[in-house]
Design a binder for this molecule. Structure first.
Ligand SMILES: *[C@@H]1O[C@H](CO)[C@@H](O)[C@H](O)[C@H]1NC(C)=O
Ligand SMILES: *[C@@H]1O[C@H](CO)[C@@H](O)[C@H](O)[C@H]1NC(C)=O
Ligand SMILES: *[C@@H]1O[C@H](CO)[C@@H](O)[C@H](O)[C@H]1NC(C)=O
Length: 462
């Protein structure tokens, strides 16, 4: 009791465990900023790893605002694992082997702070046990939708019920708290149930419920049915979104030409075409996209990558510029679309572009962060999912909340130029484009309100 009393007098601190890699860290950072800015709660990131911190990690972590600090746990060794171990088990085992040092770190923080919460990410659910041992309330940060959370909650039951691979079930699945979705559109680790990655996913899915609460980067008004369903069960689900990074972190000079060009274009007239850092196409699809954009006669800003059947990993070429993605464009394309279209190689500051007044549409691969970034800027979408699981978000965008138009994939898996031109025209100047634009503008406002003083996401904050 004495001890408990002393703890209560200490200053509060929230600890966040983020599994290795940047993907999980970035969305959690936005939530950390929210806690420090709006609730005056300092946050410390605790990062397990199997290697010394990467440059990307240290750059991002050391540039965070006052009130957010970090600790790298001593790297664990994974040299006993088979060389072809999948990323999911690798991350999970890294966290498991870091639990003793996490325990030590938390104990030492507790000598000077009252730990109000330990927040874990998707692959750090084993840290919930450490929190429980130390009597710290544990929460989980879920970076995608409430519908997806319903699906993950249901997975252990589905696993019991279903003998075949999920992708072989032909009807859409009836999952409580989630819109109808086909097994073939589940996340990649769920596509092969004999694989370690699947077992790992299932392990975490079963452990979600051990957390005291789950923090979802979405907002009530966006998916009311899923949230209402989730609120009927334990653990408590908090909607805290839409949280996206809106700071201008890039040095504008890197993209000066592009921004100057955008400044010269009419209001809401430019289609932004960008498939994210992991998104590339075949050369046939790159051709169709180029011709489709040309035929649409609309303005566009296209972030071009090398075709994945010609260049295995184009990011290795960014440094030494051995390969020019322009070499893979149809002959004369750049000249024919000059003035109306701008093609930039490899990368562009997506958040900054989406906030530009000239942008009127976004061809999006349907990663959740990209959808949220478009939403906070009121930019309607063309949903072009690249991976199986992004089809789930494409359904949300085009059929549930109707803030985008989805492209139709041809029988051979190719999205043809006529289809692209037609969808682009519909979005930029058609009647259905007007509708989805209005819906997106409404959602922009509802999302902004959710984050205001009495908004649903602010009130849901822990
Ligand atoms: C591609 O190259 C980059 C830079 O060298 C590297 O960081 C990345 O891991 C590579 N990706 C793949 C899929 O090989
Ligand atoms: C759903 O959540 C899982 C992690 O629990 C993730 O791997 C998957 O990509 C998510 N799906 C979507 C459509 O966001
Ligand atoms: C939020 O709600 C409180 C209590 O009902 C009220 O006093 C306050 O004025 C509200 N703030 C805003 C911005 O509406």
């Amino acid at each position: 009791m004495e001890h408990q009393h002393e703890q209560e007098l200490l200053p509060p601190l929230v600890a966040m465990v983020s599994s290795p890699g940047m993907g999980h860290l970035i969305p959690m950072i936005e939530f950390a900023k929210r806690l420090t800015n709006h609730h005056n709660l300092p946050v410390i990131f605790i990062i397990p790893s199997d290697a010394p911190p990467s440059k990307a990690q240290t750059t991002v972590l050391s540039s965070l605002p006052h009130g957010i600090s970090h600790i790298f746990l001593p790297p664990v060794t994974l040299s006993d694992l088979p060389p072809n171990t999948k990323p999911e088990p690798l991350m999970t085992i890294t966290v498991l082997r870091s639990l003793p040092s996490l325990h030590q770190t938390l104990l030492s923080l507790m000598t000077s702070h009252r730990l109000s919460a330990l927040i874990v990410d998707l692959f750090s659910t084993d840290a919930i046990d450490t929190a429980t041992e130390l009597d710290i309330p544990s929460y989980m940060f879920f970076p995608t939708t409430a519908n997806n959370l319903s699906l993950v909650f249901y997975l252990p039951q589905l696993d019991q019920k279903c003998q075949s691979e999920f992708r072989d079930i032909h009807e859409p699945l009836n999952i409580p708290g989630c819109y109808a979705v086909h097994g073939k559109d589940f996340a990649t680790p769920l596509q092969d149930r004999t694989n370690e990655a699947y077992k790992c996913f299932l392990h975490h899915a079963k452990r979600y419920r051990l957390a005291k609460g789950i923090i979802v980067n979405s907002f009530f008004e966006l998916e009311p049915e899923a949230f209402i369903f989730l609120q009927k069960n334990d653990p408590v689900v908090y909607s805290v979104g839409p949280l996206v990074n809106q700071d201008t972190i890039v040095d504008e000079s890197e993209f000066k030409v592009g921004l100057k060009w955008l400044d010269e274009q009419p209001h809401e007239s430019v289609l932004f075409v960008c498939f994210g850092s992991g998104g590339t196409h075949t050369s046939a699809q790159t051709d169709e996209l180029a011709f489709g954009l040309e035929m649409s006669e609309q303005r566009f800003l296209w972030v071009l990558r090398c075709p994945n059947d010609k260049v295995e990993n184009d990011s290795t070429f960014i440094a030494d510029s051995n390969v020019d993605p322009f070499d893979f464009l149809p002959n004369g394309f750049v000249e024919r679309t000059k003035g109306r279209g701008l093609v930039v190689p490899y990368w562009a500051p997506q958040a900054q572009i989406l906030s530009h007044v000239s942008i009127g549409g976004f061809v999006c691969h349907c990663g959740w962060n990209s959808i949220l970034e478009s939403m906070v800027n009121g930019v309607p979408l063309i949903a072009w999912p690249l991976y199986a699981e992004q089809k789930m978000n494409a359904i949300l965008v085009s059929e549930e909340i109707k803030v985008g138009i989805r492209v139709n994939v041809g029988e051979d898996g190719l999205i043809e130029r006529e289809e692209i031109a037609s969808v682009v025209k519909r979005l930029m100047e058609g009647e259905d484009g007007k509708k989805v634009r209005n819906n997106m503008m409404d959602l922009k406002e509802v999302g902004a309100n959710a984050l205001k003083e009495n908004g649903s996401s602010t009130k849901a904050n822990i």
